[in-house]
Design a protein around this ligand. Structure first.
Ligand code: ATP
Length: 568
């Protein structure tokens, strides 16, 4: 993305706060004028004297402080309001992109984008836009004033301001722009590596890979520090160059003024005041010259945020009120993931039973979870359609689909919250009795009661204080609370012993009477609970029935002996 495009789009966000921005600029201009007036009045006092000038100088000094405070207050009000709005946009986009467009992205990098990249925009909104406008207005005022003394002085002043405030920052930002972007990207990658290291600490320890990992983190940190060092050097050079440029410009103006004075074109009083005005009016443009390198990181952060906001979701939400659903099917569905073009499903057709349990089995990687993802419209098929009530899911209100479906996977995600809060994700207004009933069905109520704070016990980040089986049963309780028409279970009992598995499968059987359950499993004992079985095969297997990638086998209580065994 071109820097100008990034700037234009970031500035576009300010439109709704134009009034505040105008106020910040006016206060800033008035503040600088008050500050510049102090040395000018001191110069005039040399020629005219009188206590009035001293009083005005004192007043200007006080006003300068008050006006500067007002300007900064407005700027920061604008910046933090905009940051809140941008965070809202980013979270909204992440929600829309999940899961299809987020699966391949590193979570640490996303965290870095949501936190530090967004925070960096504060520099832009609080310390860039109004300073540019203030510098422009203050410079125009003093160019006009110098011109009124002598046109040559006006030309020289305009040249000085343009050199310090435009040409120098432009030259410096060109070399810093790429570096700023690299810094933001490297910072995001380092966050991702650190997050993965914390998550994978047990594996790293078990396989003795900690030292290698540490070296990797250290190498990345050193690289980041080196990039930051280069950026800081550029920043230092920019400030130094601006300081030298200001002195040279002021000296040039003094020489020009002296030459005009000798020619009788400028009085001694005007020469002194013109010089004092010029040397003290560089403040706003010096602020700009410091932006050149600082802006490079803001542009890098802005580009990352805007690129995320530009991404279009794989399955855009369809607006509309939630309605009941009772019938779902796949019609000639073919599907391949974007990152790997190999087809996972090919011309698959399937009618979900109106009620009962459809067991789904097949070798690892044949597309069982993908089938459920398509039924939930986390992805859309490449060709064919997934339908509900005969309507393509692409035209069905998303709320209808979400309300009708619940799902449980082998890795239930829990949040750093209490057990009750984690369960209420499925039904925010659930009563304590409803939570307990759902947990009893999922065979987890007894365990929760043994915890010191029962349902109000915190479960730790990602449910880290619970076992895999406990997490899975909480996931099931959550799904039971939803009371939707469809329940999709992807290896829901993989972490459970056969006793708990039996209890839960019976609960599913009872709870889902008249409803549809899709139960993915590798276990024969679990399949025994299915009313029908769908045997899937990889698309590229040479199975004779591989047309559509599956074989459907009607199976009413297939292995009743085994079921009886489990059901006791
Ligand atoms: N997000 C993804 N991006 C790219 N490829 C994917 C993605 N998710 C799954 N796949 C690939 O798609 C194929 C089907 O995956 P899927 O998870 O549906 O298989 P599965 O039958 O459920 O396997 P398992 O029994 O091991 O859970 C696999 O080859 C897998 O590597």
């Amino acid at each position: 993305m071109k820097p100008l495009t990034i700037l234009r789009r970031l500035i576009g966000q300010v439109r709704s706060m134009t009034g505040w921005m105008v106020l910040a600029i006016l206060l800033g201009v008035a503040g600088f004028l008050a500050a510049i007036l102090i040395p000018v009045l001191a110069g005039m006092a040399l020629f005219e004297g009188g206590p009035v000038l001293l009083w005005i100088m004192g007043l200007c000094a006080v006003l300068r402080g008050v006006l500067r405070y007002g300007e900064q207050a407005c700027n920061h009000y604008i910046a933090f309001r905009l940051l809140a709005r941008i965070r809202d946009l980013v979270f909204g986009k992440l929600r829309a992109l999940a899961p299809a467009k987020l699966e391949g992205r590193r979570k640490g990098d996303l965290i870095s984008l949501i936190t530090s990249d967004v925070e960096l925009l504060e520099v832009f909104y609080a310390h860039t836009i109004s300073p540019v406008a203030i510098a422009l207005i203050v410079s125009l005022i003093f160019v006009a004033w110098q011109t009124s003394l002598n046109p040559w002085l006006g030309v020289a002043a305009a040249g000085s301001y343009a050199f310090v405030g435009v040409i120098l920052p432009w030259m410096q930002s060109r070399s810093a722009a790429a570096l700023g972007k690299t810094y933001r990207e490297e910072s995001g990658r380092l966050t991702a590596v650190v997050l993965e290291t914390i998550r994978g600490q047990m594996e790293l320890r078990q396989y003795g890979a900690q030292e290698r990992r540490l070296q990797d983190v250290q190498a990345r940190t050193a690289k980041l520090a080196e990039t930051e060092d280069r950026l800081k050097k550029l920043q230092g050079n920019a400030q130094g160059t601006a300081g030298v440029a200001v002195i040279l410009c002021a000296a040039g103006l003094l020489l020009l003024g002296g030459w005009l004075h000798r020619g009788g074109l400028l009085s001694a009083r005007d020469l002194v005041i013109s010089f004092l005005v010029q040397i003290s009016s560089f403040g706003p443009v010096i602020a700009l010259s410091n932006l050149g390198t600082g802006l490079s990181q803001t542009l890098g952060a802005g580009e990352r945020i805007l690129s995320l906001l530009d991404e279009s979701p794989a399955t855009p939400d369809i607006a509309g009120p939630a309605d009941d659903l009772s019938d779902m099917a796949l019609e000639n569905v073919s599907f391949a993931y974007e990152s790997c073009q190999t087809p996972v499903l090919e011309n698959m057709s399937l009618q979900l039973p109106a009620s009962g349990i459809l067991g789904v089995c097949g070798p690892s990687g044949c597309g069982k979870s993908t089938l459920v993802r398509l039924l939930m419209r986390f992805w859309d098929p490449r060709s064919g359609q997934v339908t509900a009530e005969g309507r393509d899911l692409r035209n069905l209100p998303t709320a209808t689909l979400r309300q009708a479906q619940a799902f449980v996977t082998q890795d239930t995600d829990l949040f750093h919250a209490t057990i009750a809060e984690n369960l209420c994700i499925a039904k925010p207004d659930a009563t304590r009795e409803e939570l307990e009933a759902a947990c009893r069905k999922a065979a987890i109520d007894d365990f929760i009661r043994t915890l010191p704070q029962g349902y109000d016990t915190m479960v730790g980040e990602l449910g880290s204080t619970l076992s895999g089986g406990e997490r899975q049963r909480l996931g099931l309780a959550r799904a039971f609370l939803r009371e939707g028409q469809f329940l999709f279970l992807d290896e829901p009992t993989s972490n459970l012993d056969s006793l708990n598995e039996g209890i839960i499968l019976q609960a599913i059987d009872r709870q889902m009477q008249g409803k549809t359950v899709v139960l993915i499993t590798h276990r024969k004992s679990t399949l025994g609970f299915a009313d029908e079985i769908l045997q899937m095969h990889p698309v590229h297997s040479d199975h004779s029935d591989r047309n559509a990638g599956l074989v459907t086998e009607k199976k009413r209580r297939l292995n009743s002996a085994m079921q009886k065994g489990i059901r006791g």
